[in-house]
Design a binder for this molecule. Structure first.
Ligand code: ZN
Length: 242
């Protein structure tokens, strides 16, 4: 079966739609796994939640999801993020909040553990280095772990120690026997200098994973953010993927 891994959608409907279209263009998948942060930052929290509830087989909670649902205090965020989470919280219906409150922090699916930040600290930890990946190895028992939160695609391959494994975009790579931590990148607010939406496709029969990037209409999202009075810095960063 083929799976798509998506993370950090951040209420960006144009980006999410572009990713779903790209998945279909590449032959479709049997299930979509979501690594959290459906809402926050972007202009369409309700629309993205509605779409995600239709398409995602499983999903874990991100820090923005927990904050918008009132489970994590908003004052844990920087001022721009806090303003956007506060706005998102005001948009959500009780049903949306129930859904966000019901999302687990960590789940296991076959060979994978899914967590938003890290399996050790699912809400707040960023897995940005081989050393942080190594420290997390004792915190999951499956061979592979999927994380989001950093908004940067990354693959850490671990055999005692961990190292960065380089993936060329769109090129399927064999997963192999090593344990791995994989971040598919961010759908709605990439931060690796590439403004295109990011996600991954996994084929469990061939044991191949590929990281994909998809252009989307950034201006549409920015116009909608402006119309809702969301912080200007959150609009401009989308143009640069930073
Ligand atoms: Zn995020």
């Amino acid at each position: 079966m083929r799976y798509a891994f998506i993370a950090d959608i951040h209420a960006n409907l144009a980006a999410l739609t572009a990713v779903l279209e790209d998945i279909e263009r590449r032959g479709g998948v049997s299930a979509i796994w979501c690594l959290g942060d459906i809402v926050g930052y972007g202009p369409e929290p309700r629309e993205c939640l509605a779409l995600l509830r239709q398409i995602a087989g499983v999903c874990v909670a991100g820090n923005h999801d927990r904050a918008a649902a009132g489970v994590v205090p908003i004052d844990e965020f920087n001022s721009d993020a806090a303003a956007a989470v506060h706005w998102a919280a005001g948009q959500l219906a009780p049903d949306d909040i129930d859904f966000l409150c019901g999302l687990p922090l960590v789940i296991e699916q076959g060979d994978f553990t899914l967590a938003h930040g890290s399996p050790r600290e699912p809400i707040w930890e960023y897995v940005l280095s081989p050393e942080i990946a190594r420290q997390n190895l004792d915190h999951f028992s499956t061979r592979y772990c999927l994380v989001g939160h950093s908004h940067r695609p990354a693959v850490f391959s671990c055999d005692g120690t961990c190292s960065v494994r380089h993936f060329s975009p769109h090129e399927p790579q064999q997963l192999g026997r090593s344990r791995m931590m994989i971040n598919p990148g961010s759908v709605g607010q990439p931060r690796d200098g590439d403004p295109r939406a990011g996600y991954a496709i996994y084929d469990d029969e061939l044991e191949l994973v590929s990281l994909h990037r998809v252009p989307y209409d950034v201006r549409t999202t920015q116009r909608r953010m402006q119309a809702h009075g969301l912080p200007m810095r959150l609009l401009t960063r989308l143009s640069y993927g930073l």
